[in-house]
Write a protein that binds this ligand. Structure first.
Ligand code: R2B
Length: 307
């Protein structure tokens, strides 16, 4: 078994829930994704899922669902379109394309965390085997120009600490934010020489805020200088931080705790050593946001044995 997983899941690859209450409970309502263990036959609907792909916005993830459909040659019955399975929740979107589940996760650790609790339980109820989770996102590069990919080798918080902290019952709970190193290196190796992007493997700083939390000087408030900001960015760059975003710490910590292999692939939309403002034209940004999808689709095709 993959060393990263240790004994956190069952021998047959199904998800071992680290919550004794769920088995004792009656129906389990997956409130934010509009599903439930008694209202839906989750095993029938989802047991074939092998890849769970998440990204910030519903539009991008709908687009990814159609892209992966073509990439894996998944045929929809004629005259039909993909349906947002979670449309009743009005929180996250969710599309199923054969063995691939696509979700939007919103912005920040709390949003991705709520989704992960419910998707991990979904994997458990559906008895999915060996699911692999991906976050496909955007980020600020540290020393990397816009339009390039970063595959996170690990996630750290704004103090360079490699774990997720949150108060639970009045005490601080700490969970290590560990990503699967083998998966990260497989993804990096899938870059081809014709690609318009580079792929860097490195540490990702995950923050609780986009403005002051990432040392920007263009928020509504700022109590430091441009020089202070650059000194901080250079300091974290020297500690091998190559990008900044707002979900990887929660994503890595919860997937690792659940015994689910996971990877974070983000496209840089700005080089933070050169500025803060997002001035790249929309069309170019849209093009760049397809790059994580290209790499993850290649991985999925490879695992599925597609040419
Ligand atoms: C990247 O982009 C969003 C902020 O604009 C946030 O979700 C992130 O991590």
């Amino acid at each position: 078994m993959n060393a990263y997983l240790l004994d956190r899941r069952f021998e047959d690859g199904t998800v071992r829930l680290r919550n004794p209450h769920i088995a004792e409970m009656g129906p389990d309502i997956l409130y934010h994704i509009g599903l439930g263990s008694s209202s839906h036959d989750l095993q029938d609907m989802f047991s074939d899922v092998r890849f769970v792909c998440m990204g910030g916005t519903p539009r991008r993830m709908e687009q990814f669902a159609y892209y992966i459909k073509d990439e894996i040659g998944y045929k929809l019955p004629s005259g039909t379109t993909l349906l947002d399975i979670s449309y009743q929740s009005y929180r996250y979107c969710m599309y199923k394309v054969g063995p691939v589940l696509c979700f939007s996760h919103g912005m920040g650790i709390p949003s991705v965390g709520i989704l992960l609790h419910e998707v991990i339980k979904l994997m458990y109820h559906a008895k999915c085997r060996d699911p692999v989770f991906f976050r496909l996102g955007t980020c600020g590069g540290i020393g990397i120009d816009g339009g390039n990919l970063v595959v996170s080798e690990s996630a750290v918080d704004g103090l360079l600490r490699p774990y997720l902290e949150q108060p639970v019952l009045g005490e601080i709970q700490r969970r290590p934010a560990i990503l699967d190193p083998e998966l990260a290196s497989d993804l990096k190796n899938l870059r081809s020489d014709d690609d318009p992007f580079t792929v860097t493997l490195g540490k990702t700083m995950c923050t609780y805020d986009f403005y002051e939390g990432q040392g920007r000087v263009d928020g509504a408030f700022c109590e430091y200088t441009e020089a202070d900001k650059l000194a901080f960015l250079q300091k974290i760059h020297a500690a091998n931080v190559v990008n900044m975003e707002m979900e990887s710490l929660g994503f890595a910590a919860l997937c690792y705790h659940a015994g689910v292999r996971s990877a974070v692939v983000c496209v840089t939309v700005i080089n933070r050593l050169q500025g803060d403002q997002m001035s790249t034209p929309k069309e170019e940004l849209n093009k760049w946001q397809e790059y994580p999808q290209v790499l993850v689709a290649r991985y999925i095709r490879k695992v599925m044995g597609l040419p």
